[in-house]
Design a binder for this molecule. Structure first.
Ligand code: UD1
Length: 360
């Protein structure tokens, strides 16, 4: 059986590593995985390093498609993925999450009548101005098998009349976290970053809404400047955010923070485990803060991870300077609850692979 995995952006390398490592155990049963990298993320620190660190097999194909408008990027990806699918004739196509690479892969495969398996199906922010929300809705609608990380995402699919082949399996990111947690605990060296436990917060920013206009980004940077008077603010800077800062000549704000290049998975988990708070607009990090029992401020007005809000572990702070600062000073009165198992039991990848190899 030939399984064709399509990925392209940093969070997908992380997610795919869990399933690839389970699939390797089935190599002897004639299960072959072929990986196609669209090229959407291409910096060493955003791409190649993750393949090495997470033991993800090298992609057979790299399309080198990046830094284009949404339409051009997605369109070019569909065109080139289709050619590779026609050549390889896989039995199944595996896509992850909600990026342009996800949608392009699902679209190319479904038009060729190749069954699409979507990992992290059914998540919704109910905000269609997010490109990721469009990618999720469309990908879910053309996928043959939908693997949901939690019950809420299954319910979301039901609301859209998608009932067939919907499975709640848990979150593959939680699988990976459980696998590396002990090692990170033992081996991560905070001193390398000149930081002390609980004496800093981490912030990541990369969403289009926060980086496509200088006003929103400036609001966030001004709020962080205020917060930096109280505690150290560490920012592993996404290239998109760096480009926006450079273009708008607002790099003076960066002097107020500890700026790092994009981090490895191991170092990101190490820094997260030891920080006092995460401030982010990332989908994945909201969950990873929860896994680590760390409180989170989300720099958006909505989230896909409603459960983290219900447990008061996550607060939506938007991108308004005063609101962010106000919430920061309120934080100590906020009682966080971290219920177990809202992201499954750490065996999502095993469950997905069972479906992959058993379904005809
Ligand atoms: C993409 C995904 C988002 C995911 C995120 C993780 C879409 C619509 N968005 O957003 O769902 O959470 O990846 O990071 O697919 N750039 C570089 N080097 C890189 C990658 C990007 O310099 O390795 C710069 C380029 O100028 C590029 C810009 O960042 O144009 C934005 O990259 P893009 O891939 O469009 O989106 P992300 O913000 O990374």
């Amino acid at each position: 059986m030939k399984i064709f995995t399509i990925l392209g952006a940093r969070p997908q390398f992380i997610k795919a590593s869990t399933i690839s490592s389970v699939l390797k155990n089935f190599n002897h049963k004639n299960i072959e995985e072929i990986i196609l990298h669209t090229g959407q993320h291409y910096d060493l620190k955003m791409s190649n390093n993750f393949f090495k660190e997470l033991n993800l097999p090298r992609p057979k194909y790299n399309l080198g498609i990046s830094s284009l408008s949404h339409g051009e990027m997605t369109g070019k990806m569909v065109e080139h993925i289709e050619k590779k699918l026609l050549y390889e004739k896989p039995d199944k196509v595996l896509v992850y999450g909600d990026t342009n690479s996800t949608l392009a892969g699902a679209l190319a495969a479904s038009k060729l009548s190749i069954p699409v398996y979507h990992v992290e199906a059914g998540i919704r922010s109910y905000n269609k101005s997010m490109p990721e929300e469009i990618n999720r809705i469309l990908t879910d609608n053309i996928s043959s098998y939908l693997f949901c990380p939690n019950k809420l995402s299954k319910n979301n699919l039901h609301k859209e009349n998608i009932f067939e082949n919907v499975f709640v399996v848990g979150d593959v990111m939680y699988d990976l976290f459980l696998k590396v947690k002990t090692n990170v605990n033992k081996k991560f060296n905070l001193g390398k970053y000149n930081l002390s436990k609980k004496k800093y917060i981490i912030c990541t920013i990369h969403r289009e809404a926060n980086t496509s206009n200088a006003y929103n980004l400036t609001q966030i940077l001004e709020a962080l400047t205020e917060i930096a008077k109280e505690t150290k603010v560490v920012i592993p800077l996404h290239p998109r955010t760096f480009n926006c800062i450079k273009k708008n000549k607002i790099s003076h704000y960066l002097n107020n923070f500890s700026i790092l290049e994009p981090l490895s998975y191991f170092d990101m988990m190490g820094l997260l485990m030891n920080c006092s708070l995460l401030i982010t607009d990332s989908g994945g990090l909201q969950k990873e803060a929860y896994f680590n029992r760390i409180g989170c401020f989300t720099l958006r007005n909505d989230t896909e991870w409603q459960d983290t809000l219900d447990n008061k572990a996550n607060i939506l702070v938007g991108n308004n300077k005063n609101r962010i600062i106000r919430e920061f000073y309120k934080i100590h009165s906020n009682k966080k609850k971290f219920k177990k198992n809202i992201f499954g039991n750490g065996n999502a990848a095993d469950k997905i692979v069972k479906h992959l190899i058993n379904e005809k």
